[in-house]
Design a protein. Structure first.
Length: 240
């Protein structure tokens, strides 16, 4: 187990791994941290770096980096891609039917079994019943973690889902406190607001991080928490 019980008393910076980092909204208000961020898209990663110049930003695969480097960190935040889970999959008039992205569930199970530090996984409320029950539901977010997270009210910007014009996108940037010129289009999406909608608001990110710090100070991190247990006897009796 990572020797971080007296981390805050020693005054050391918390070593954070920020996975699927996006533009970095969740991270903007964290203090006394040493952050390594992993983002697959080079254009998005550059914006993250410009807004967080002291962070180490890696352009690459989040799951590979997690598997190979997890034990170097005290705290891991992961926000796997949410588009294939979102209720928008069924709310649009277009035929966007597709399989959901397994990365979300893989990361939750992996962290709960193979990481000895503190962790949180964030995603949207899906259009289906979550395969693993979240620890917390806050606004549009579901949270899985090995520490308690208190209630928090975060009001979304007006017309959050439909923000897409150039003027609206600039207001979106201002609301999040993220700066960059022009537009970025996420994975071929034609709406410049999509990459911003993917962001966790900095106030929300700060609230979750503060909950982690308080839990750490009080010794209330559940290192033995397991996200899901498979009943092997049941599996054997029902699988042929």
């Amino acid at each position: 187990m990572n020797d971080t019980n007296n981390l805050f008393e020693r005054g050391q910076k918390t070593k954070v791994l920020n996975l699927y980092a996006g533009l970095g909204g969740n991270r903007l208000k964290w203090e006394n941290v040493e952050v390594t961020a992993v983002e697959f898209d080079p254009k998005i990663a550059k914006v993250y770096q410009d807004n967080n110049p002291n962070d180490t930003v890696i352009v690459g695969d989040a799951m590979d980096f997690l598997k190979n480097n997890r034990n170097e960190f005290d705290f891991i935040w992961a926000s796997p891609p949410c588009q294939k889970h979102s209720k928008m999959m069924k709310a649009t008039r277009h035929d966007v039917a597709d399989f959901f992205d397994l990365q979300l569930w893989q990361v939750i199970i992996f962290l709960s079994h193979f990481f000895d530090g503190s962790w949180v996984v964030e995603n949207v409320k899906p259009y289906y019943e979550p395969l693993i029950k979240p620890q917390k539901e806050l606004g549009r977010h579901l949270i899985w973690s090995n520490f308690d997270i208190t209630d928090f009210e975060m009001l979304n910007i007006k017309n959050f889902i439909t923000q897409g014009t150039t003027k609206e996108t600039e207001k979106f940037k201002e609301w999040l406190g993220i700066k960059y010129e022009g537009n970025i289009y996420y994975k071929g999406n034609h709406c410049p607001g999509q990459v911003l909608r993917n962001c966790v608001h900095p106030d929300f990110g700060l609230h979750v991080f503060n909950c982690f710090e308080k839990a750490k100070e009080r010794g209330q991190i559940n290192y033995d928490q397991v996200a899901i247990n498979f009943d092997l006897e049941h599996e054997r009796s029902t699988c042929g």
